[in-house]
Design a protein around this ligand. Structure first.
Ligand code: FE2
Ligand code: FE2
Length: 411
């Protein structure tokens, strides 16, 4: 099964909430649908957001539900599913184009391996031809394709038009009076539900400092986009997730430095959350900048700042989105002696190093207390030897890999 397909990956979960889908899956129509997804040739599909894969996957699902409602035979079900799969392959743009049904049918007529997938290719081509034109103008379609069994082309046309039409919910432009079967009209609330479930992505917000920003210790500038850990995390997690990077150089948990109040995480958390909610998983990786000599903090103070931040973020998100996010607290690696002779030697002192070494035990306890996930980078990686404060390129991949595992585990 192509990993780009969404419905085969999610439908069993959906069936727990939607009895119509559970009963489809338990039937031969569900088997036919899964087989049709498995055999779907994605390269043939028109590539677009409005009429591309998402529309085709949903049209096939509705086609299977209609076939079940109308008790179609296995051969007719298969043909209807193929009509749903390939009815838009002749599109050349996303705008109003009543000729694209004819174009799709002509493409099927000209592609022998595709044509022979159908039990009744003539009836199927007539249905596909007709799907984009008003009923009154489609009367000659059966003639154009030499349809011998008129009942079949009428049946396929009605099933395809209903399956295609009901997915007009995707552009919020469904006129229910165009639906032919009473069973399809009863399916409209499900169509809206499926659209939302199809488009749903698990959103991960990575809230952090320069290591979330992607600071490159070798150049003092920013790693290219593809090397920053949130971008790598996005690739590891794949299409079902949206990863948002919210990294700011010098950000602390909750302690403003002189003249830099906006670098306090607690100060920034409200505008950041208001900009990005809903958030399903919030990753917070902070603490290194809190060790700065200027702030004179103990490790307990920093853990206290982190706790305030976690509580504020969780409360804000719960209030705004109506559900509580999962939180993953990430403890950065400790500062090494070399920081005292590196480019940040003026910011850190010997106490900074000692404080940074105590963060893992306190953060671990805090994560437990706050019912958050915990990732201890201190036990797993070391900062770059160049400045002793930033991730090395290959460690951005390791951080992303560890986070991806934790995020999937928590689901
Ligand atoms: Fe179409
Ligand atoms: Fe369509």
């Amino acid at each position: 099964m192509d990993p780009l397909l969404v419905i085969p990956r999610r439908i069993e979960k959906w069936a727990l909430e939607k009895p119509e889908l559970a009963s489809l899956l338990a039937s031969e129509y569900g088997d036919a649908l899964m087989k049709a997804y498995d055999e779907l040739d994605l390269a043939l599909l028109y590539q677009s957001v409005t009429h591309g894969l998402g529309h085709i996957e949903r049209t096939m699902l509705f086609g299977a539900l209609i076939a079940k409602n109308e008790k179609l035979s296995p051969a007719d079900t298969r043909d209807v599913l193929l009509c749903c799969a390939y009815h838009d392959i002749g599109r050349v743009n996303d705008s109003y184009d009543i000729g694209h049904g004819r174009q799709s049918a002509e493409m099927i007529r000209g592609k022998e391996p595709l044509r022979s997938l159908f039990t009744e290719p003539e009836a199927a081509m007539a249905a596909i031809h007709s799907h984009s034109i008003p009923d009154g103008e489609a009367e000659d379609a059966p003639l154009l394709y030499n349809v011998k069994n008129l009942d079949k082309s009428t049946l396929y046309t009605a099933c395809l038009k209903d399956a295609d039409n009901i997915d007009r919910v995707r552009i919020y432009d469904l006129d229910e009076s165009f639906l032919r079967f009473a069973g399809t009209r009863a399916m409209v609330p499900l169509a809206y539900w499926v659209l939302e479930a199809y488009l749903k992505k698990h959103t991960v917000l990575c809230f952090g400092d320069s290591n979330t920003y992607g600071y490159n210790p070798r150049t003092g500038t920013r790693y290219p986009a593809y090397m920053r850990y949130p971008a790598v995390l996005q690739r590891f997690l794949g299409e079902d997730y949206t990863v948002i990077a919210e990294g700011l150089n010098g950000r602390t948990t909750a302690f403003p430095k002189e003249g830099l109040v906006w670098k306090s995480g607690l100060y920034a958390v409200e505008p950041v959350i208001a900009s990005h909610y809903p958030v399903d998983t919030l990753v917070i990786m902070l603490g290194t900048n809190d060790c700065a000599a200027e702030l004179e903090l103990e490790a307990e103070d920093i853990a206290g700042g982190m706790e305030k931040l976690i509580i504020a973020a969780r409360d804000l998100l719960t209030e705004k989105q109506g559900y509580s996010p999962r939180i993953i607290l990430v403890c950065p690696p400790h500062l090494e002696e070399s920081v005292l002779s590196g480019p940040f030697s003026e910011e850190m002192n010997a106490k900074s190093i000692e404080v940074s070494k105590r963060l893992p035990e306190l953060y671990k306890e805090l994560a437990k207390k706050q019912n958050a996930g915990y990732l201890d980078l201190d036990g797993a990686i070391r900062f770059s030897e160049i400045d002793s404060e930033h991730l090395r390129p290959f460690d951005t991949y390791r951080v992303a890999g560890m986070l991806a595992d934790l995020i999937r585990e928590q689901e």
